[in-house]
Write a protein that binds this ligand. Structure first.
Ligand code: PLP
Length: 388
């Protein structure tokens, strides 16, 4: 059994993928070929935003969004410590400071109340209100923006997050690397903040056969700056350079593969709901394993992962071992909260600063998942959980 089965999908749509790849080989426009624009138009329409800008990865999509806002030295960008490193890494890479804010322990997403306390604490230089980066060099940070993450595919609480951002004049970026296809109160993920970044890493809900990403926004200025930044800060043409940028384009071949895969994506999204519902039903009878939260009213998860939780770290180790013996792979997303990562040691955070994130990192694990996971396989997985 595989943790994420990419072969089942390939078996089903191999012909379409090959025919898309063949047409790229025929026209030979490997950089910014017609498939790139076709994909951007297709996904902008699906998500319901004005601009979709493809790029080389989800990480670069986040980086470009922050660069477009001119984030740099002296800026504070608030984000969750319970996410993949990329979310916070891009903040530090630009010389700004990630100010971590704990998660809601039920949804695993950024807690809007804690966000507001963090912004206040930063303004008042008062870390009794909320843990802040420790050290004199962090005393005079300007609150610039927030990166919210739709963890495991479930959108964060955007109404509440937007209210906080509006109150303190901050931008809001949606890290939708795991939530392409998800919904929030009638809107699609990737349309829920000022700018959104998604990833086409193979294991994401919509994945290519390499690295890729996309930026989504309704903002004309941000879109134009991103388009310039991802081709070396180009101006009127590529040998007119008006800002310092990157080489961060999406390959035509990856766009072609994504176009073939997107044809079945809406059906896969429905299948993901069914697979998740089957797990949730089967796990009702299995109390020591806590099921993922029911999506709050009006929300639909893209189910990038089906993540369960044990009551304590020892039980997690025991259950994961038991499943491994039964030939069932599991994964932990993520085993170490970001404020405790060596890479962020200079920020001076300590264990205990963000208890909900720390507890989640010690007790969650994800079961094999995907739109093609069969009821039979799920029965085996549940039996593995129940075995002694
Ligand atoms: C995968 C992921 C990213 C990074 O995407 P890449 O395409 O691998 O660069 C960023 N944030 C989150 C939450 C992710 O899951």
């Amino acid at each position: 059994m595989k943790f994420i089965d990419l072969e089942a999908q390939q078996d089903l749509i191999r012909d379409r993928i090959e025919s898309r790849i063949r047409s790229v080989l025929d026209h030979g426009q490997y950089i910014l070929g017609p498939e790139v624009r076709e994909l951007e138009q297709t996904l902008a329409l699906y998500v319901g935003v004005k601009h979709a800008i493809s790029c080389s990865s989800g990480t670069d999509a986040l980086l470009l969004a922050l660069m477009a806002y001119g984030v740099g030295r002296g800026d504070a960008v608030f984000t969750t410590p319970f996410t993949f490193i990329a979310t916070a890494e891009v903040i530090s890479l630009l010389g700004a400071v990630p100010v971590f804010v704990d998660i809601d322990p039920v949804t695993y997403n950024l807690d809007p109340g804690a966000l507001e306390r963090a912004v206040q604490a930063l303004a008042d230089h008062d870390d009794s209100l909320h843990p802040l980066p420790r050290g004199e060099q962090f005393r005079h940070l300007r609150p610039r923006g927030v990166i919210a993450v739709d963890l495991y595919g479930l959108p964060a609480d955007y109404d509440a997050l937007k209210a906080v951002c509006a109150k303190y004049d901050m931008f809001l970026v949606e890290d939708a690397a795991q939530s392409f296809g998800a919904e929030y109160k009638g809107k699609k993920a990737c349309s829920l903040a000022d700018v959104a970044a998604t990833s086409f890493f193979p294991a994401k809900p919509l994945g290519c056969y390499g690295d890729g990403g996309m930026i989504f926004t309704d903002g004309d200025d941000i879109a134009e700056i991103c388009r310039s930044l991802l081709v070396h800060g180009k101006g009127s043409d590529k040998y007119d350079n008006v800002r310092i940028g990157l080489n961060a384009r999406l390959d035509t071949l990856q766009a072609a593969i994504l176009l073939a895969k997107f044809e079945v994506f809406p059906e896969e999204l429905v299948a993901r709901q069914h697979v998740a519902a089957r797990y949730t039903e089967a796990l009702k009878a299995h109390e020591p394993i806590l099921r993922p939260p029911m999506a709050p009213e009006g929300l639909l998860s893209a189910w990038a992962q089906y993540t369960v939780r044990t009551t304590d770290p020892q039980t997690r180790t025991a259950v994961m071992d038991r499943l491994k013996k039964a030939g069932i792979p599991t994964g932990v997303y993520y085993p170490k909260a970001l404020h405790l990562q060596t890479a962020f040691a200079s920020l001076g955070y300590r264990p205990g600063d963000f208890p909900a994130s720390e507890e989640a990192s010690q007790t969650v694990f994800s079961l094999p998942f995907g739109p093609y996971l069969t009821a039979k396989e799920q029965t085996l997985i549940i039996a593995g959980l129940n075995s002694r």
